[in-house]
Write a protein that binds this ligand. Structure first.
Ligand code: GLC
Length: 432
C-alpha cells in the first residue's frame, strides 16, 4: 500500500532536524530581563530578532504551543509575561515594548499605535490564548499554573464579549486591521479605502489616518461604536474567539471554575451559531466578514473565510462543503504549498513579498485549519496539510510567509511561526 505523503521513516528524522533548528531560533530570539518602566520581569520569544524584537499577543500564544513541546517552563514564562500587563478591563495589548528604548528603530509606523501608553499598544489581537493554555496543559499539566492564570484568561475573553460586541449579536468586532493579526488582508480594503494593488505606502498612509481618527475618539468604546472609523466583525477573530471559549470551558471545568465554564461554553456555542447564521454564504461555501454597523459582507476570498471550520459548533455539513470546495488538493486555495492567505483568483492576490497577508501562505492560519480538520474528522487532510507545511518550511526556511506555488520564503528572517509544524506533526512522530 502506498504511504501517505509525508509519512515513512524519514519523517521522524526531518522533524528532529526542524526541532533542533527551532531550539536554536527560540534561544536566539529569547528576550529576558527587567523593564525600567515596570516592576515585572519578562521572558518571551521575539517573533524575529531583527524585524520584530517586541512581544506580540498572538505570537506569544503560538510560542507557548511550540515551547510546550520543547521546554514547558519557558512556555509558562511566555504566558506569564503576556498576562502581567493585562489592563483593568481585561484587555491585553497586541504589542508590549519591554525594551522600547533599545529597539525604537524597529518600531517605524507601529509607533502610532501607542497613544495611551508608550509601552502597551492601544489595540488587542486575535484571542488564541485559551487554546495555547489548553495545549500546554495537555502536554505538560500543571494545575497550579492553571489556577494561577485561568481567571485572567477568562477576563480577557469576557473583555471581547463585553466591550467588542456592542450590538450583542455574539460576533465580536475589531476596530483596526492589525487587531486580527492579518494586517493588510484585502478583505479590509473597502473599509480602508485601498485599491486592490495597494502598496506599503498606501497602507501606511491610510493606517496613519485611521489611527489619528481612533485617537481623536479617545478609544472610547461608545464612540467607536456610534461613529466607527473602522468596524469589522472578522470571521478569523470570531472563529478564534469561539474556539478559545470552548478551550476555556474545558479548562475551567478542570479547575473547578464553574461560573467560568458555564459562561465560556455558552459563548462558544453562541458565537459559532452566529458565524453560521450571519457570515456563512451557502453559494460561495465560506464565511464573510461583516463590515460596519450595516454588517456588509466583505466578499473577498481569503484564508480567514475558511478558518471558522476550527470551531466545534460549526455543523458537519458546513465543514464538509468548505473542505470539498476550498480545501481539496487541486482547488485554488490548495496549491502546492497551501493555504494561501488570498485566493489566487482574487485581483489583489500577490504570491511574493509585499504588503502582508495578500497572497502567501502563513503558518498561523495553517495551524488553525489543521485543528479544524482534525476536530471534524478530516485526519488524512490534516496530515497532508501538516506534511506540506513541513516541506514548505524546509524549502523556504523559517521565514514569515511563503510563496504558495514555489515555497520560497519571504518577509522577516529567523521568524518563529514555522515551528508550529512541530505541533502539527507531534502525533505522527515520537518525541525526540
Ligand atoms: C505582522 C503580522 C502579525 C504579527 C506581527 C508580529 O504584523 O501580520 O500577525 O503578530 O507581524 O509577528
Amino acid at each position: 500500500m502506498a504511504q501517505p505523503e509525508g509519512a515513512g521513516g524519514d519523517l521522524a528524522a526531518r522533524v528532529s532536524t526542524l526541532r533542533a533548528q527551532v531550539r536554536l531560533l527560540f534561544d536566539q530570539n529569547r528576550q529576558r530581563g527587567a523593564a525600567a518602566w515596570s516592576d515585572a520581569r519578562f521572558d518571551f520569544v521575539a517573533p524575529s530578532s531583527a524585524h520584530y524584537p517586541f512581544q506580540w499577543l498572538w505570537d506569544s500564544c503560538f510560542h507557548a504551543v511550540i515551547l510546550a513541546h520543547l521546554d514547558p517552563p519557558r512556555a509558562r514564562s511566555e504566558i506569564r509575561t503576556l498576562l502581567v500587563n493585562q489592563h483593568a478591563d481585561g484587555r491585553i495589548s497586541h504589542m508590549t515594548l519591554w525594551e522600547r528604548d533599545q529597539y525604537e528603530h524597529a518600531l517605524t509606523h507601529m509607533a502610532l499605535q501607542f497613544t495611551r501608553s508608550p509601552y502597551l499598544s492601544d489595540i488587542s489581537q486575535t484571542p488564541v490564548l485559551a487554546q495555547a493554555l489548553e495545549r500546554l496543559h495537555e502536554l505538560a499539566p500543571d494545575q497550579g499554573f492553571l489556577d494561577e492564570t485561568l481567571p485572567q484568561v477568562v477576563r480577557f475573553y469576557r473583555w471581547w464579549k463585553d466591550v467588542r460586541d456592542p450590538d450583542n449579536d455574539d460576533l465580536v468586532a475589531i476596530i483596526q486591521p492589525d487587531e486580527s493579526g492579518m494586517d493588510a488582508s484585502p478583505r479590509y480594503d473597502r473599509l480602508m479605502g485601498l485599491p486592490a494593488d495597494a502598496s506599503d505606502e498606501d497602507l501606511f498612509f491610510r493606517m496613519g489616518q485611521l489611527l489619528g481618527m481612533l485617537t481623536d475618539l479617545r478609544w472610547d468604546p461608545a464612540r467607536l461604536w456610534s461613529e466607527p472609523p473602522f468596524l469589522d466583525e472578522d470571521v478569523l477573530v470570531n472563529a478564534a474567539f469561539a474556539d478559545g471559549c470552548a478551550s476555556l470551558e474545558r479548562l475551567c471545568q478542570a479547575a473547578g471554575l464553574n461560573a467560568g465554564a458555564d459562561w465560556a461554553g455558552k459563548q462558544a456555542r453562541a458565537t459559532a451559531r452566529a458565524l453560521v447564521a450571519k457570515c456563512w454564504d451557502d453559494e460561495a461555501c465560506c464565511f464573510w466578514d461583516l463590515a460596519g454597523r450595516g454588517e456588509e459582507p466583505q466578499r473577498v476570498l481569503t484564508v480567514a473565510a475558511l478558518v471558522p471550520i476550527t470551531c466545534e459548533g460549526v455543523p458537519a455539513e458546513v465543514v464538509r462543503r468548505v473542505v470539498a470546495v476550498h480545501l481539496s488538493p487541486g482547488s485554488p486555495m490548495w496549491p502546492r504549498f497551501p493555504v494561501p492567505s488570498v485566493s489566487p483568483g482574487e485581483p489583489s492576490f500577490r504570491p511574493g513579498a509585499g504588503p502582508l497577508w495578500r497572497g502567501p501562505s502563513w503558518m498561523a492560519t495553517n495551524w488553525l485549519l489543521w485543528r479544524g480538520l482534525r476536530r471534524h474528522g478530516y485526519g488524512e487532510l490534516a496530515r497532508l496539510l501538516a506534511a506540506r507545511s513541513l516541506t514548505m518550511v524546509e524549502t523556504g526556511g523559517l521565514r514569515e510567509y511563503w510563496d504558495p506555488f514555489e515555497g520560497t520564503g519571504y518577509g522577516a528572517e529567523g521568524f518563529t511561526w514555522g515551528a508550529l509544524v512541530l505541533d502539527m506533526l507531534a502525533d505522527e512522530v515520537a518525541p525526540a
